[in-house]
Design a protein around this ligand. Structure first.
Ligand code: SAH
Ligand code: SF4
Length: 374
């Protein structure tokens, strides 16, 4: 585990760290961290010695490695190195009316979903709260430089947030309370870790929950999302119902459409039946599967995605087609591997190297909705 970094310290820890510094100065430092942002050296209303102390006592957690910008210029992917050498990615997506940051909660992921580049690369370690918060801070700085404001945060980057629930929650509280984002604009996406969903239901803020379902019968879900063997669909749906009971919010089901695998009429019928059990609070987000090096099956055609959506609607389920951002820079859902080698039919290659931008974009085209905001 990394040692405490700039955004790991609580306000009390900051006071202790700066013992002897007047209270109003500590407040100024806190507002530097959460309102002004940037490097402590740039907070020129603080005395120079204090600024140098801060730079030394509170090192940043994220060392920039590369920054990629999509062809359209509306998606920025940051690759960071953490203490210990692991790498993670963060994606900033700019829309006309909002800006969303997609953040990582772990370096890698232990859940082993075969269609996901992060899962293909395996698990390295949990992120600390500070490493999670700093991703939002860095993306906010980048957005500000473009005269934009970050309005939404989604835990849809690398890792399974509910396998690291305590750190994720500390980060959520700080993003909400100190960076000032409404809980309703924060979304946690989970593969379906039931104890994590229960833990979340007991937390005080009404964040959005997205559940990566991808299959509505256990045999297929066991194959696509191996953790389903431990937390099967009926139990998962019951946990979602409990969450709805407490939170009174909508739940979204994520469904990456895989050609001939989970895009059949029978899949739509089974999925609609689950949604009807949670009516009116379940919403399905359909995304054509994005290509990853370790999974050969293609995403469904956009035509099929729309037919599937229509079928769901006809069966009484609400569904939206979402088209991912940033496939050309491997910044879309499931494509984040931070340059880690991923398993490809027994051999290993660098994530993303297999696919040309054209191939990567070929499952794309313009969807009606862009990005992974639920
Ligand atoms: N671990 C969490 C959050 C990170 S994954 C989860 O699984 O929900 C973010 C989203 O990307 C999830 O809905 C996941 O199922 C989806 N995803 C993974 N690989 C994908 C791919 N190749 N194409 C499209 N979506 C993918
Ligand atoms: Fe992990 Fe989510 Fe990828 Fe599955 S889809 S391997 S849970 S990051």
């Amino acid at each position: 585990m990394a040692s405490a970094t700039r955004y790991d310290v609580t306000r009390e820890q900051l006071s202790d760290l700066l013992a002897g510094t007047p209270r109003y100065r500590v407040d100024q430092v806190w507002s530097g961290l959460y309102s002004r942002l940037g490097e402590p050296e740039s907070w020129t209303d603080l005395p120079k010695p204090l600024r140098s102390d801060l730079a030394r006592l509170l090192p940043g957690a994220l060392t920039p490695v590369t920054e990629s910008i999509s062809d359209r210029g509306d998606t920025v992917k940051f690759l960071w190195e953490l203490e210990g050498g692991s790498r993670i990615e963060t994606v900033l997506m700019l829309y006309r009316d909002r800006a969303t940051v997609c953040i990582s909660s772990q370096a890698g992921c232990a859940m082993g979903c075969g269609f996901c580049a992060t899962g293909q690369a395996g698990f390295t370690r949990h992120l600390t709260p500070g490493e999670i918060i700093e991703q939002v801070v860095r993306a906010t700085e980048r957005a500000r430089a473009l005269d934009r404001r970050v309005s939404n945060v989604v835990f849809m980057g690398m890792g399974e947030p509910l396998a690291n629930e305590a750190a994720v929650w500390t980060a959520v509280e700080r993003i909400h309370g100190d960076l000032g984002l409404s809980a309703r604009h924060i979304t946690i996406s989970t593969v379906g870790i039931i104890p994590g969903i229960r833990a979340l239901a007991a937390r005080p803020l009404p964040v959005n929950l997205a559940v990566s379902l991808h299959a509505a019968d256990d045999a297929l879900r066991d194959e696509l999302v191996p953790i389903n063997r431990r937390y099967p669909i009926d139990d998962l749906v019951a946990a979602c119902r409990e969450y709805l009971g407490v939170r009174n919010r909508r739940i979204s089901f994520e469904w990456a459409m895989i050609d001939g695998v989970n895009d059949r009429d029978s899949d739509a019928r089974e999925l609609a039946a689950i949604c009807r059990r949670l009516r009116p609070a379940a919403h399905v987000n359909l995304i054509p599967l994005n290509p990853t090096p370790g999974y050969p099956t293609r995403g469904s055609s956009l035509k099929r995605v729309h037919e599937f959506r229509d079928e769901l609607e006809r069966l009484g389920a609400n569904a939206t087609v979402r088209q991912n951002r940033g496939t050309d820079i491997h910044a879309a859902c499931g494509q984040l591997a931070a340059g880690q080698p991923v398993a490809v039919g027994g051999s290993r290659t660098r994530a993303g190297e297999r696919q040309s931008a054209a191939e990567a974009a070929s499952t794309g085209g313009d969807g009606e909705q862009l990005g992974c905001d639920p």
